[in-house]
Design a protein around this ligand. Structure first.
Ligand code: GLC
Length: 747
């Protein structure tokens, strides 16, 4: 029997739909098969819808759009949202997207879960100071679990920008100045958020390494400002943590606001395509920073919004956060043949792939569970983890013996604007942290020094010039045995768009310290800050300096643990602490220059200042303990190594020479004495955080291979060069215990 052509077409299309529905609905099919099948059924407009991301109206991190987006969502015109939180709220929006649209494609819900969702951990710069990868990973897993219980399935974290300029307020969000430490922490944070990347449980969420790239190299330390680094510096310093995040399986990246060598990162094919996709094999997708596509116009890199959409999308940007550029223009650009359909399918495919892997097609509401949300937050073990990481992040810079404080028969004056400041204690990007959840330093110390044994005085504001409260603070000091003064930065002085030209203690804080000093009692400076603040004028006024950073929800008990010696401080600086702004940028892995030192007595012609030392107040990797550590017996497994040969084993004996147990961050640095390009005087190539009992010694081993000595050579190839090297092992970047070795040419 002849089947009429129209009937045949009907039979064929019905069977395709049946097959498609079966494939698309069948979780057994691979993600790739399910993506391909769905793409085949999407219209051009539905594909473009996946590229569009809007923020909720309530919480903006930039200039927001006015339009209501519900109708656009119902037509499949929105792919993801940010700043919508809560199981009920995300369920509401998800229903709108899934049940009203033709293909029922679920939304992603993104949020900046930077150092905790409801349980707020120390700021990232603080936890980097712990050098404790395991606890950093655990913190991100707790953050992911809490966020996922509130409908969030995507965080715009970890921020992995290397920062060597503390004028830049976003130094608070990263892991400091070093690519090796920054890469290790990037891996830990990605694993914390994403687990193995299967998202099998609702304790893991999609992560986003940001801001790609060299955002921390902003000229003059000014946020959003231009960067001008060589490709070699880009690859040696700023890219490694992103490469580490990609190797750890990070699902998304966020290009940075800044232009890089003249091309804004948001439309930079070298970064987004050449490096990220062709060299590193990245298969996820890119989300713009807030309105960054639209900002290409301000950069002067495009003529209009259509041009911005085209340039950014062709460079490799996939999702448009709040620019309203991709939504209005990409379909027309594809129809006009200015954007190949294959590029659109690649972008949409990557986005859909993430949604399939998150299980959102199988259950769009799996993260929006109101019952789980009620019980997921602020678990005792989560709070304990936050307290533990906070105390391990604190860095003791000075102690003339005043610490640890006795808990018996001691009266303490607790003074300063940050001693009882729940909001500021949480620091920048505090997620959904609530002031009422925070245990402040005052609350914690009042439990240890009850009643008249603790005299509290606010003292002064962090900013402004009101000094009226200083006299009362001085009286508290006079009436006490010891003074703890909590000063530093408030939340409005740290994080995004908070660049500073002065790193002095702001407002009347220095005047407070000077007045307290005149009371003649021992003073412990408790510095709560999102960046290094200048201490040269402060250090002589105080007997101890403890950097608590912005320590989060449990920062108060963590501070008390360290001040009383319940925990022996073990934090080490993840950055160099400058004496003055004039020294910036100042970092340990600097080049030697042709005149590193005077050639002879009184020779003035060498790299120096006439009004300052070259050295920092405190070096990268530095941190004191209530005990002390000695280093000796450095030995190498061989005097030479070569490609394909055995690794070099570097062993040093570390001894706790004090009277109490403590933890030390044992650091390994390497110097390449001669290269086809100039090389840093030292580079961190390994670290181990160990605990030693009093008088205990332990051999600490590191392994080095030629790959560890690779760098971007004069011809811009990556690899090691034979020659002479030195290793240094110690407790900071000035480590003096050293031995030479050779890398032999390959045979
Ligand atoms: C901000 C930040 C970025 C954040 C985004 C969404 O401007 O630069 O880090 O993820 O907007 O809040």
């Amino acid at each position: 029997m002849r089947i009429l052509p129209s009937l045949r077409r009907l039979v064929v299309s019905l069977s395709a739909i049946a097959l498609g529905a079966a494939l698309f609905a069948a979780p057994a099919a691979s993600v790739e098969e399910r993506v391909k099948e769905l793409l085949g059924r999407m219209t051009l407009e539905e594909k473009v819808g996946q590229l569009v991301q809007y923020s909720s109206r309530e919480d903006m991190t930039g200039p927001a759009t006015a339009s209501s987006i519900a109708p656009q969502m119902q037509s499949g015109g929105v792919g993801s949202m940010l700043n919508i939180v809560g199981a009920a709220e995300t369920r509401k929006w998800q229903k709108l997207a899934v049940e009203s649209s033709r293909l029922h494609i679920p939304l992603l819900f993104g949020l900046d879960v930077i150092h905790g969702y409801r349980t707020i951990f120390p700021i990232p710069l603080a936890s980097a100071a712990s050098w404790d990868l395991e606890r950093i990973e655990k913190a991100e897993r707790i953050a992911a679990t809490e966020a996922a219980a509130a409908g969030i399935n995507w965080t715009f974290a970890p921020m992995v920008d290397i920062a060597r300029d503390p004028r830049w307020g976003r130094i608070a969000e990263g892991a400091g100045e070093d690519p090796y430490l920054g890469s290790a922490i990037a891996r830990a944070r990605v694993h914390g958020f994403q687990g193995d990347g299967s998202f099998a449980t609702t304790e893991t969420i999609l992560a986003c390494a940001k801001h790609f790239a060299a955002y921390g190299a902003a000229q003059a330390g000014r946020d959003y400002f231009t960067t001008d680094v060589t490709e070699r510096v880009l690859r040696e310093v700023y890219l490694p943590p992103f490469k580490a995040a990609v190797e750890a399986g990070v699902g998304t990246l966020m290009p940075a606001f800044n232009d890089l060598d003249g091309t804004p990162c948001s439309a930079n094919p070298f970064l987004l395509d050449q490096v990220l996709r062709r060299e590193w094999g990245f298969r996820g997708f890119l989300v713009s920073d807030w309105a960054a596509v639209e900002e290409l116009r301000a950069h002067g890199n495009v003529t209009d919004l259509r041009d911005a959409a085209k340039k950014a999308f062709l460079a490799g940007m996939d999702v448009d956060m709040q620019s309203e550029a991709f939504g209005p223009y990409i379909a027309g650009l594809v129809r006009a043949g200015e954007i190949p359909p294959s590029r659109l399918d690649a972008a949409v495919g990557a986005i859909l792939g993430a949604k399939f892997r998150l299980g959102l097609f199988d259950d769009p509401y799996r993260f929006s569970n109101e019952e789980r949300e009620k019980t997921a937050m602020l678990h005792p073990e989560s709070l304990e983890a936050a307290r533990d990481l906070a105390r391990r992040s604190m860095v003791l810079l000075k102690n003339n013996g005043v610490l640890p404080l006795r808990t018996a028969d001691l009266t303490v004056a607790l003074v300063g604007p940050l001693a009882d400041a729940p909001l500021h204690q949480m620091g920048t990007w505090r997620g959904q942290g609530r002031k009422e959840d925070v245990v402040t330093v005052r609350t914690a110390l009042e439990q240890i020094y009850p009643g008249r044994r603790l005299h509290y005085a606010y003292g002064c504001d962090v900013r402004g010039n009101d000094t009226q409260g200083i006299e009362k603070a001085k009286r508290a000091a006079v009436d006490s045995d010891v003074v703890v003064v909590a000063v530093g930065e408030d939340v409005y002085q740290t994080g995004e768009s908070t660049s500073r030209t002065s790193l002095d203690l702001s407002g009347p804080q220095l005047a407070l310290l000077k007045e307290l000093n005149s009371a003649g009692k021992p003073i412990v400076l408790l510095l709560m800050t999102g960046r290094p603040l200048l201490l040269e004028a402060v250090e002589p006024l105080v007997d101890a300096i403890l950097v608590a950073w912005h320590p989060g929800t449990m920062g108060g008990p963590a501070v008390a643990d360290v001040l009383t010696g319940a925990y022996n401080p073990s934090g080490h600086l993840p950055l160099t602490w400058p004496r003055s702004v004039g020294q910036i940028p100042l970092f340990y892995a600097h080049k030697n220059s042709g005149r590193p030192a005077p050639l002879k007595q009184d020779d003035p012609y060498y790299s120096r200042y006439i009004d300052s030392l070259n050295t920092p107040s405190y070096p990268f990797g530095f941190g004191l303990s209530y005990t002390s550590f000695g280093y000796d017996r450095l030995r190498l497994s061989a005097p030479t190594i070569r490609e394909g040969g055995a690794p070099l084993t570097v062993t040093a004996r570390v001894t706790n020479i004090g009277k109490r147990a403590g933890e030390e961050v044992v650091q390994l640095y390497v110097r390449d004495r001669v290269g086809s390009v100039t090389r840093p005087v030292r580079e961190l190539k390994g670290f181990k955080k160990i605990e030693l009992a009093a008088d205990e010694s332990r051999d600490v081993e590191f392994s080095l291979t030629p790959a560890d000595l690779a760098f971007w050579r004069a011809d811009m190839t990556f690899g090691a060069e034979p020659g002479d090297f030195d290793v240094f092992v110690g407790g900071d970047s000035t480590a003096w215990l050293t031995m030479p070795f050779k890398l032999e040419a390959s045979r």
